[in-house]
Design a protein around this ligand. Sequence first.
Ligand code: 13P
Length: 247
Amino acid sequence: MRKLVAGNWKMNGLRVEGAALARDIAARAKAAPPVAEIVLCPPATLLVPVGEAIAGSGVALGAQDCHPEGKGAHTGDISAPMLKDAGCSYVIVGHSERRQDHNEGDAVVRAKAAAAVAAGLCAIVCVGETAAERDSGRTEAVVVRQLRGSLPPKLTAGQLVVAYEPVWAIGSGKTPTPHDVAAVHGRIRDALRELAAESAAVRILYGGSVKPANARALLSIADVDGALVGGASLVVADFWAIARGCG
Ligand code: 13P
């Protein structure tokens, strides 16, 4: 399956710099099409200009969150059909920063993923343990519990991507050992056999301090089908080097 490298810009970027970053990535993708599928997930204010900048380049557009309902009285929220209308084909749901900052539990994440799929988007569902959970030996149990709670039933590979992001690895410069990454991704693949319609084809991304220096090693681990990149996705050369690391 084709690997997927997604850039999660989080709450970063004003119009001029965001459009420039997207244009630069689009130009590189056109000049030398990467082996991996590339997705840019800018903040909601930049979805349309980034979508315009990457049009025709093969780079896809994704959002960082959606509301579980299609429309209604939810001030400040954005629905999955709105994201589809803005040109998205992906949306991240259940990122640990949303789970923490907005108290989102598995049931809400599942409802968001279902809304995304109903709107024709592919949901990138995030799971991952905290440092305390890892230290107490509960990593795999936590990740499987989150998957069981957060995934709508029997999604296909076109509807679902899973992102494993250890909370303690995000923005910290720390990553799990290749052995640990392989173990968790293998466990996620096992869980997908019971939870997804196409378990073998659902892409499982690794996220958390992915940089050019570690990308190739991380992306060559069994069952690592791509990367969800935060900080390094804001630097064109770094993001591009990571995307090329899939080749
Ligand atoms: P960093 O790559 O900055 O560690 O962030 C990872 C992440 O949270 C991507 O969603």
